[in-house]
Design a binder for this molecule. Sequence first.
Ligand code: FBP
Length: 552
Amino acid sequence: MNLSPLQKARYEYTPKLPGMLRNGIADICVKEGAPTQSVADQEQIKALFPNTYGKKEVTFEKGQNTSVAKKQIVGVILSGGQAPGGHNVICGLYDALKATNKDNVLIGFKGGPSGLIDDKYIIFEDAFINEYRNTGGFDIIGSGRTKLETEEQFAVVTDVCKKHGVTAIVIIGGDDSNTNAAVLAEYMAAHDTGVQVIGCPKTIDGDLKNDDIECSFGFDTATKTYSELIGNIERDANSAKKYWHFVKVMGRSASHVALECALETQPNICLIGEEVAEKKMSLSQIADQIVDSVVKRSETAGNFGVAIIPEGIVEFVPEFSMLIKEINELLAGENTAKFNALESWEEKYDFIKKGLSQEALAVFDVLPHAIQLQLFLERDPHGNVQVSLIESEKLFSEMVKEKLAKLTAEGKYKGKFSAQHHFFGYEGRCAFPSNFDADYCYSLGYNAFMLIQYGYTGYLSKVSNLSKPAEEWVAGGMPISKMFNMERRNGKDKPVIRKALVELDGKPFKYFEAHREAWAVETAYTYPGAIQYYGPAEVCDLTTRTLALEKG
Ligand code: FBP
């Protein structure tokens, strides 16, 4: 196999474990804290999880290992979108498992949760796993978005576990996957299968965090990758002084990625979906905010700038959500075929005009034509608009262009405006994990095995105190049901981990808010550069500004 020099060097990197896990397996003991309660709706959740609710918080300490010796056969799956560090979770799990007993077995179920149902698997061995240490991607076993949530699926999983003698399953995923991990743990306990289930917090979106989980893995590397690119674009913009760059960054709903990139690069504009929703901003008001910066900068800095747009922004704009809802209703059932049969845009527009409320039509009419087309052409199999495919970076740059043209015609704007568009998402999801993510993920996996070995189930592997050096990190576990509240999903009340949105009274947003007016006008760009893997710890082991501000 051809290896790049960095790939070779990263194979040799030894991830840092929390101090308490460093002395070897024989010296890890467990300390139980107080029984836990879910963050809300305690009675309902307790009733749904009679076997796994209310368990104690767990931390590991240096001391005599008192876990029961038994052969462990552990199954692991990767679930959902890729996030840098996934391979290291598996490596940490494997190393702890083998260090405990070389006869222990780690099975990787392939292609995400469906691998566990279809019984597609590999058995990990040293030579194979060594090719994935400290590398990005989920290609070691692949991932998928099948949800493991029904009793029928759980029954199949039970059979697969029986066939292999599986004693525990580790699910590496986001809020939904870990919610389902807790439901599976309860099922396994209720049916006395002896199979434990442990979750690990993953997602580049950064929206799986709460009082217990300081951050999900992958967020650090993905935001550093995007910030490097944004910083490079800022420098290009500042050199050429002729373009406004509209950069959309991933984050299906929450704006944590956009906010972190803004803290790292100090762009002229960064939209935050949660603020847009709170202030009930219209599309036009958002475009006005950008226009204001373009006009002011044109008079001082020049006709250039950088705006960061979070992927999920349009869903936070109340009038846009209303429009999408009406379009979905308008095209329900047979109407899709009727609409598709219309040949010209005029006929289609007429159909739309008759079917939408006046308010929705007014919003539709301000959209650039390319976006109007996207709303009607790119729909999912149920006929719903695919909001994630909407090119919001182009939507806002077009709206800004139109507003500036009007100002120019009125003699109120004399500058130029030329836009470039970018979308940074997949570029960051499989990058070589930063030292932080390499260390954090390895620790999560190692720790997950300690939870298994000590007999816990329905727990999330928890490593905290992350803004400090790894030596001071705290390893342990938290019952997943502690993070639950009841939410309405598809017409039913379900226990779920609440998605963490950007808190408008939180320190990261407050810092951004205090500086953004100056950044909108001045050229205050900062250039983070590429992720550094080797060199001084203050450069290489630095975590996100978000975590530093939250914990600082
Ligand atoms: P997860 O929540 O599964 O970690 O995935 C997050 C994400 O990367 C989002 O940022 C993005 O919107 C989405 O996945 C893209 O999904 P896909 O890989 O299916 O295109």
